[in-house]
Every structure is written in structure tokens, then in C-alpha cells.
Write a protein that binds this ligand. Structure first.
Ligand code: NAD
Length: 442
């Protein structure tokens, strides 16, 4: 089938590449000319395991990139919208990119189209997209059949290709039987062995995405809240985690205490759904607290450092391992590392940081900053550093050379925002080790 993807970011590019890999003909459009140029030269603009290989084997055969809107619109009858939906000042989702595309589509189409919203969009957006397209058609005096489908994406950065290729579910909010058939055909290669397609009402599909992310964020904030209590009570939260995770109704997933959730989805989606709820007159009190707990948790590492150094952080050099908001991605959007570093800079400390994949992102975000030194390997970050802070649980940090670390650091002190080491073992190795909810405050 021929498919157009509008927006070639994390979601659009993975979607386009994976759809091409199973044999569809895919045209990826983005307004970011630089990004399209990079893709045409065989470079992937961000790090995502396995993605570069998929693009390489499909590009120019079944996978095309362009910044030509009209060409992309005319290429296919099915148009996926995968542009960003960042937060407005009040937390609601900013729909300017989605609705801007709807307006452009309505201004130029001449034959019927299926528009698929792949972006995470508030309940009622598919309806709005349809209205905007129809308004443009009316202005042009045309009658063209347009149906809008809600098909939220559940991939996880760092495992995006695997998630897209073997999804837990494919949620499709659709009205007509004929469009349902088209969506079934598109996803048939990903729906073998057992049925993963979940057809539902359009608004239900839109809300499903927010409800899923809200539930996951709730698990994290619950555990962080509990970790803070554990710390006060002198209890090791890791023992509690194992104790509760063994209950199948709770499970082990997403109950890891840490320095807060980040990324482009959880923070923004929790805010957006709470805003939708307020506007609908049915506030999500629990979720509002989930967000507050997370904002507080993102300060946990700074507070521990500040306490350890008795408020004397000015002039200190802090080593940071891990800048991405989670492992296996270079995405630093809303990453806990950013809040930590910015707080450290405010009080006059400097940072030496290493991340296996996010260095280029860090360079872009903090270009020219004299307070940040990016180094090529984890050990270089420790040279003349007063403390080490771990913000991302990359595999490479799990079994480091502790002896070398102790020698390189000015003081053998580690603040672990991801609880990757054993406190007892760290004490035996001669470190002052502070983690999240492990029974000992800094
Ligand atoms: P992104 O910022 O990586 O990509 C968005 C892309 O859209 C950019 O390349 C941008 O240049 C392009 N764009 C903006 N306006 C455009 C226009 N008018 N025409 C064409 N392209 C345009 O964003 P993302 O992380 O891929 O997220 C996209 C959507 O998917 C968001 O709604 C997000 O919430 C949702 N989502 C993201 C993830 C994730 O893990 N990143 C997972 C599931 C859902």
C-alpha cells in the first residue's frame, strides 16, 4: 500500500521505516529541510537501536523522504500525521502543528483521503481535524470524502523498532467499515499469530493513549513517593519493590524508584490529560499529584548533593553519568539530568558529563556553556570531580571499575538516581553511596 507520513521525528520515522520494511510504499515528509537532507544522505537524525539498518535497506526502494508537501499529499490516499504536540503554557496539548497540517491538507486535496492521527492528541482532535479540512474544502467549493482515524502510537524510545514490529496492541479509532479494512490491511504484517488490532470509537482511542501513559507515570510517582518515605523510615525500598512486585496484580514493571520520569511523553501527556479533565469539569486529582511528585523527585539528586556539601556547592565539580532521559536513546527532552545540571550551575558548581549516545544532543542544547564539559568516557568525567551523580541507568555504568573510580574522584561519593549499585557493596568498596529510598539520607 502507498502511505504518506507527515512529521519525521521519533514516531514518524520509526513508523515510516517499519511500514516500508514490511513492503508498503512510504513517503516521509517533514518541514525540517535539514532533517530531510540528513535522511537523504543516509544519516538518521537521532539514535534508536536498529532504525538505521531498516532505513538503509528500504530507502529509495520503498521509503522516500522529501520536504515537498504537495508531493507527499499526492503520493498516497492514507496520510499519517506524526508531528509534535508539545505542551501549551497551561499544560494542554498544543495542536498548532496537527491542525496546521489539517488546514494545508484541506487547502490542497482533490480526491478522498484517510487521515490518521498518530500523534498523541486530546479527545476530540480527530473531529477538529475533520472540521478544519472540511472548512477548507468548503472555501474551495469542493466536496471530497475525508475520514479521520485515531491511531495512537505506543512505542517506547530505545525499543521503538521492536515495539512497532511486535506491538502489544494496535489501537484504531475508526468510524466506517471501509476505513477499518484499509487500516487492517496496513497493519496485517504486524498482526500475525494472534490478533493485536483493537478497533474502537475514535474518542476512546484518543483517550486510551493518555490513560496508558497516565497509568505508567502513576506507577513511577507512587514508587518514588514510597521511596522517599522508606528513606525517612530507614527502610530499603529495593526490598519493598521486590516484595510488592511479586504480587501478579502489581507486577515488577514500572515500579523502579528513581530521580523522576522525563522524556517527551509522560510529563507532557500527564499535564495534557489533567488539563482536559479540568476543562471537562472532572479533575483528575490523583494525576495532578503524580505530576507534582515527579517535579519534586527531579530535585531529589540536587537536594542530596546540597545536603552532603552543606550548601557549599559553589566551585564544586560534579561528574554526571547519563544525560538521556532513559537508556538506549539520545533524547534529553525533560531529562532529570537537565534539571540537576541547571540547578548545579545556578549555585556556582560546574559539571563534567558523559553519556553513551546523548553527547550531540547535550552539545546542541547547552552550546557554548562554560559550566558543562562533555568528556569521551565515563572515567574522564571523574577526574578532579567532587562527586559522581548517575542520572541514566545505561548498561555500561552497571559494572564499572570501582577501584579506578575511587582513585579518580576527589572524594569517594556517589549519588545514584537509578539505584544500580548495592549499598552494602559500595560501603565495602569505600564509597559514600546515596541512592533513592535506600534507607539512608545524604
Ligand atoms: P518529534 O519532535 O521527534 O518529531 C516531530 C516532527 O514533526 C519533527 O521532525 C518536525 O520537524 C515535524 N513537523 C512539525 N511540523 C510539521 C509540519 N507542519 N509538517 C511536517 N512535519 C512537521 O516528535 P515525536 O517524539 O516523534 O512525537 C510526535 C508525536 O507522537 C507527539 O504527539 C508525541 O506525543 C507522540 N508520541 C511520541 C512517542 C515518543 O516516544 N517520542 C511515543 C508515542 C507517541
Amino acid at each position: 500500500m502507498k502511505i504518506t507520513i507527515m512529521g519525521t521525528g521519533y514516531v514518524g520515522l520509526v513508523t515510516g521505516a517499519c511500514l516500508a520494511d514490511v513492503g508498503h510504499q512510504v513517503f516521509c515528509f517533514d518541514i525540517n529541510r535539514e532533517k530531510i537532507q540528513q535522511l537523504l544522505q543516509g544519516q538518521v537524525p537521532f539514535f534508536e537501536p536498529g532504525l538505521a539498518q531498516i532505513i538503509k535497506r528500504n530507502v529509495s526502494q520503498r521509503l522516500f523522504f522529501s520536504d515537498d508537501f504537495l508531493q507527499s499529499l499526492n503520493y498516497a490516499d492514507v496520510i499519517f500525521i506524526a508531528v509534535g504536540t508539545p505542551p501549551n503554557g497551561d499544560g494542554s496539548a498544543d495542536l498548532q502543528y496537527v491542525l496546521g497540517l489539517a488546514e494545508q491538507i484541506g487547502s490542497h486535496i482533490t480526491d478522498s483521503k484517510i487521515i490518521v492521527t498518530k500523534s498523541t492528541v486530546p479527545v476530540g482532535t480527530a473531529e477538529k481535524v475533520k472540521q478544519v479540512v472540511d472548512q477548507q474544502l468548503e472555501v474551495r467549493g469542493l466536496t471530497v470524502n475525508v475520514e479521520v482515524v485515531a491511531n495512537p502510537e505506543f512505542l517506547k524510545e530505545g525499543a521503538a523498532v521492536a515495539d512497532f514490529m511486535r506491538p502489544d496492541r494496535i489501537v484504531v479509532g475508526v468510524e466506517s467499515e471501509s476505513t477499518k479494512q484499509v487500516m487492517s490491511e496496513i497493519y496485517a504484517p504486524f498482526n500475525r499469530n494472534h490478533n493485536r488490532m483493537m478497533f474502537m470509537e475514535v474518542k476512546a482511542a484518543e483517550l486510551t493513549k493518555y490513560a496508558a501513559n497516565a497509568m505508567l507515570a502513576t506507577k513511577i510517582s507512587f514508587m518514588n513517593d514510597m521511596a522517599n518515605l522508606a528513606e525517612r523510615l530507614g527502610v530499603d525500598i529495593e526490598q519493598v519493590r521486590l516484595g510488592i512486585g511479586s504480587d501478579h496484580r502489581i507486577g515488577y514493571h514500572f515500579i523502579y524508584p528513581g530521580c523522576g520520569y522525563g522524556g517527551s511523553c509522560f510529563p507532557k501527556d500527564v499535564k495534557a490529560i489533567t488539563q482536559t479533565a479540568r476543562q471537562a469539569g472532572s479533575p483528575l486529582t490523583l494525576l495532578e499529584t503524580v505530576d507534582q511528585v515527579n517535579q519534586k523527585q527531579k530535585q531529589a539528586l540536587f537536594n542530596k548533593l546540597n545536603q552532603y556539601f552543606a550548601g557549599e556547592l559553589s566551585g564544586k565539580v560534579i561528574a554526571v553519568w547519563g544525560l538521556a532521559f532513559k537508556p538506549k536513546t539520545d533524547d534529553m527532552r525533560e531529562a532529570p539530568s537537565r534539571q540537576l545540571m541547571e540547578q548545579l550551575w545556578q549555585v556556582g558548581a560546574t559539571v563534567k558529563a558523559f553519556d553513551p549516545e546523548a553527547m550531540a544532543q547535550a552539545r546542541l542544547i547547552y552550546e557554548g556553556s562554560l559550566k558543562l564539559t562533555l568528556v569521551d568516557n565515563p572515567y574522564d568525567a571523574l577526574v578532579e570531580a567532587d562527586a559522581l551523580v548517575i542520572c541514566t541507568e545505561w548498561a555500561v555504568f552497571r559494572a564499572p571499575d570501582f577501584e579506578q573510580m575511587r582513585q579518580l574522584l576527589r572524594q569517594p561519593v556517589i549519588f545514584d538516581g537509578r539505584n544500580i549499585y548495592d549499598p552494602h557493596a559500595m560501603a565495602c568498596l569505600g564509597f559514600h553511596y546515596y541512592a533513592i529510598g535506600r534507607g539512608k539520607s545524604a
